[in-house]
Design a protein around this ligand. Structure first.
Ligand code: GLY
Ligand code: MN
Ligand code: MN
Length: 520
């Protein structure tokens, strides 16, 4: 029988800690480690490209302190964290990859403040008006408690970490120990204004907001300033540089390998009670083997599930005769992601009604491609690409006898009945985020003109839910989406995912080759 006391409680809370605490253990564990400095430290692949990005930030916000947090580790439950991924603005401006770097801050300090004047470091040549510093938690010595006892940061637990020097070599950015970062970014707010990327690091935001209040800064105005920073950083990513396009190609290549694995698993999927998971995990093995993982949760949707736009449960069965909609993207180590959808006939052949629907969607996608490519003949707005796809969708729905009004009326702002069967948009920008540049202003995004270097999806679909009483029975339970990733070029567009089977015949051949039906 136990009695309750505060000692019992702390014992319970700590009941996973079996670490000895004797002095003998501490002395012993802190000795005898080979701590040769990290070797093979080379600049990150993005390091040649990030100075221009930081220079753009410096030019846009002269005289202001700019704070871009990586964000903290996110707790999954109790003492278990999610695998770390830094905020995309931080990744874009530092070039850091994969797990790097929880709790780090990228800070642009205007050169005329005391902090910058006191700095002995050379001013970064990439940001003339600012001194840019990457504040992070450098590796601790093997003789420190952190080394062996800190399960989040100790190298005994998490593996090798950078010191100030190696991080600076890798990123090309001046580095500093983050233990004093908060003081540095919150000081002197009476004389310098600060903008912070919000939504990544709540504790940092609270500290900055408190310091603003102390300096009598108007919080509402300050938050508008923060929003402008978010907009600017989003818009900075609308045009991809050569390195980014290369990373998107890499993500698409990995995704291509993952789709092959998924297609090859179709027959096995029909024999498993949760066949959709067979397809999901087949894809994701490639994403994890060759990239950092997936850029968003995979949608592996068989039959009617394809009509649930965000079907990520993927716990359904896969039956012969079904279509499987697979919407999946691998994220490369650089954290750029692909976003591809193919709709696959499990048996290797589309039925006549599946084929009609597939061809309508493909025609809509082709119309969107043609509209995007026509930017060489005159300005094309992002929204025009969607409109081109919608015109085909409305016409084909009319041909199917489903539209309750004329094509023209449906396409008018006052109509839009065709959207019942495709409520999502046709395109979104793609990059570090699957829905990239989401904070960009409407003028730059939806109403923006297509320009070389933009990368976005073209992904029309048609979804006839099993419960849809306004379509003939043979349409019900069929969902089709075809999604490709597109680069705007000076000559038109390049389909970055052109290596994927896309026409009905190509898709059938793909399935027949990789997942032949049983012949017994
Ligand atoms: N998979 C998310 C999207 O296609 O937008
Ligand atoms: Mn998409
Ligand atoms: Mn998608």
């Amino acid at each position: 029988m136990s009695t309750s006391s505060s000692d019992d409680l702390s014992d319970r809370v700590n009941n996973r800690s079996h670490r000895p605490s004797s002095n003998a253990f501490r002395d012993f564990v802190a000795s005898g480690w080979d701590r040769t400095p990290l070797t093979d430290v080379a600049p990150l692949p993005a390091a040649a490209w990030t100075p221009e990005r930081r220079a753009a930030v410096s030019r846009r916000f002269p005289g202001e302190r700019i704070v871009v947090p990586a964000g903290p580790l996110k707790v999954r439950s109790n003492d278990t964290d999610y695998r770390f991924r830094a905020h995309s603005a931080f990744i874009h401006l530092t070039g850091l990859e994969t797990e790097s770097e929880p709790d780090a801050l990228l800070v642009f300090e205007p050169n005329d403040t005391a902090e910058a004047a006191a700095s002995t470091a050379a001013v970064s040549p990439d940001a003339a008006g600012h001194t840019v510093t990457l504040w992070f938690r450098p590796r601790a010595g093997a003789d420190t408690e952190e080394f062996f006892s800190d399960a989040r940061y100790g190298e005994y637990w998490v593996g090798p970490r950078d010191d100030l020097e190696t991080m600076s070599v890798r990123t090309g950015i001046r580095t500093a120990d983050s233990s004093t970062a908060l003081d540095s970014v919150t000081k002197d707010l009476g004389s310098v204004s600060v903008r912070v990327v919000r939504g990544a690091d709540q504790a940092l935001e609270q500290a900055i907001d408190a310091a603003r209040a102390q300096a009598s800064a108007d919080q509402e105005t300050a938050e508008v300033g923060d929003d402008e920073l978010a907009e600017f950083l989003s818009e900075l990513r609308l045009i991809k540089d050569e390195h980014e396009v290369g990373q998107l190609r890499r993500a698409i290549d990995i995704t291509r390998a993952g789709f092959d694995r998924a297609v090859a698993s179709l027959q096995e999927a029909t024999r498993h009670p949760r066949g959709e998971r067979v397809i999901e995990t087949s894809f994701e093995s490639a994403a994890r083997l060759d990239g950092y993982g997936v850029g968003y949760d995979t949608i592996a949707a068989a039959g009617d599930h394809a009509c649930t736009l965000h079907w990520i449960r993927n716990d359904g069965t896969v039956r012969p005769g079904d279509l499987v909609l697979l919407d999946a993207g691998a994220e490369a180590d650089s954290l750029y992601t692909a976003d591809i959808t193919r709709t696959l006939p499990v048996d290797g052949t589309f039925t006549p009604v599946q084929a009609r629907i597939y061809d309508a969607v493909l025609e809509a996608a082709d119309a969107a491609f043609a509209k995007a490519a026509s930017h060489v003949d005159g300005p094309v707005r992002f929204r025009d690409v969607h409109a081109a796809a919608m015109e085909v969708i409305a016409r084909r729905l009319h041909d199917f006898g489903l539209l309750p009004v004329s094509v023209e009326e449906s396409l008018s702002d006052a109509g839009q009945q065709h959207r019942r069967w495709m409520v999502h948009g046709t395109s979104h920008h793609l990059g570090l985020d699957v829905h990239d540049c989401a904070q960009a202003r409407r003028d730059m995004y939806l109403d923006g003109l297509l320009e070389p270097g933009m990368v976005f999806t073209i992904e029309p679909g048609l979804y006839f839910k099993a419960a849809d009483q306004l379509v003939p029975a043979e349409f019900r339970g069929i969902g089709v989406r075809i999604e490709d990733d597109v680069l705007v070029t000076p000559d038109g567009v390049e389909n970055l995912s052109a290596g994927f089977p896309r026409t009905r015949a190509e898709v059938e051949a793909w399935v027949q080759q990789l997942a032949p039906g049983r012949t017994d």
